[in-house]
Design a protein around this ligand. Structure first.
Ligand code: GUN
Length: 283
């Protein structure tokens, strides 16, 4: 029986801490403000953005959702980013990904002021993370680290395996584990002997985007298993990248889906917005 890492409860604690900080900043005349740009009407993105907006308002932050049509041009989107870069009441800017195919997400990320880049996707912030000198940490990997810490797990000297190499999760995840002195392996679609490598892991992070990809034979007994996936199973039910029913009896600790990593991503976004508001006001 694994220790079930309750991301929902841990995120609630962090959100309460953020709310206290937001209230203190507001007293000082600075209400932390986040702008979230949503281009088009992808249903999953609409849900994510709605949840981000709701969490901001609940924590006493200012939140502005900018809905742009799927036909938005690159120039229009960049002009919107520039407008938000210039606003003093907006401290964080997030452009929800993926963008419609005709838009260049790299150019949009590059246009966001690094000081307002609460996703930590801008090359300048990625560089800061790489050299261990960060201002913002990317929300999902930072949320995973928080879950690992609050579950009482130390990373130092552990075999860590990350499945997935995206810029949003896999790559920064590996870097954060490395900074805490884990021995880190990144696996991906071309990795040979994936199950054998995963089975070596003391800490296994699944960020592949494939439902129930991690099966019991890929998990070392007692391992900490972190599931970043938000997938749908064969019946259309929400599930993760880990076959939870099969892996839970083997793992030492495991995150459920929903209620694991997902709520942490939003909590860390709020934290980054607070950090941004402080930085921009010299507080
Ligand atoms: N799409 C999926 N996850 C994320 C995220 O963390 N940030 C942004 N901007 N888009 C996403």
């Amino acid at each position: 029986m694994a220790n079930i890492i309750d991301g929902k409860a841990i995120a609630a604690v962090i959100r309460a801490e953020v709310a206290a900080e937001a209230a203190a900043l507001t007293v000082q005349g600075v209400t932390p403000g986040l702008a979230v740009i949503l281009v088009g009407e992808d249903p999953a993105s609409c849900t994510y953005v709605r949840n981000k907006q709701k969490a901001c308002l609940e924590a006493g932050l200012y939140a502005e959702q900018i809905n742009m049509p799927a036909t938005t041009t690159q120039e229009e989107l960049l002009a919107k980013v520039e407008e938000l870069n210039a606003r003093t009441d907006i401290h964080g800017i997030l452009c929800q990904l993926p963008l419609p195919r005709h838009l260049d997400d790299k150019a949009v990320i590059a246009a966001i002021s690094p000081d307002k880049d609460v996703d930590a996707f801008h090359a300048a912030n990625v560089g800061h993370i790489m050299i261990g000198d960060h201002r913002f940490l990317p929300c999902t990997p930072a949320g995973v680290m928080e879950l690992i810490h609050r579950a009482g797990v130390t990373v130092e000297g552990k075999e860590c395996v990350v499945i997935g190499r995206s810029n949003i999760v896999g790559k920064p995840m590996a870097m954060l584990l490395l900074h805490e002195n884990g021995t880190v392996t990144i696996c991906h679609s071309r990795t040979k002997g994936l199950a054998d490598i995963c089975r070596r892991a003391d800490i296994l992070v699944a960020a592949v985007g494939k439902p129930k990809f991690v099966t019991a034979d890929m998990v070392k007994p007692g391992a900490v298993v972190i599931d970043v996936g938000m997938d749908r199973d064969e019946n259309g039910k929400l599930c993760g990248d880990v076959d939870y029913a099969a892996v839970e009896p083997i793992a030492g600790a495991i995150t459920p889906v929903p209620g694991g990593v997902g709520p942490m991503t939003i909590a860390m976004l709020l934290k980054n917005t607070i950090t941004a508001a402080r930085m921009q006001n010299g507080l």
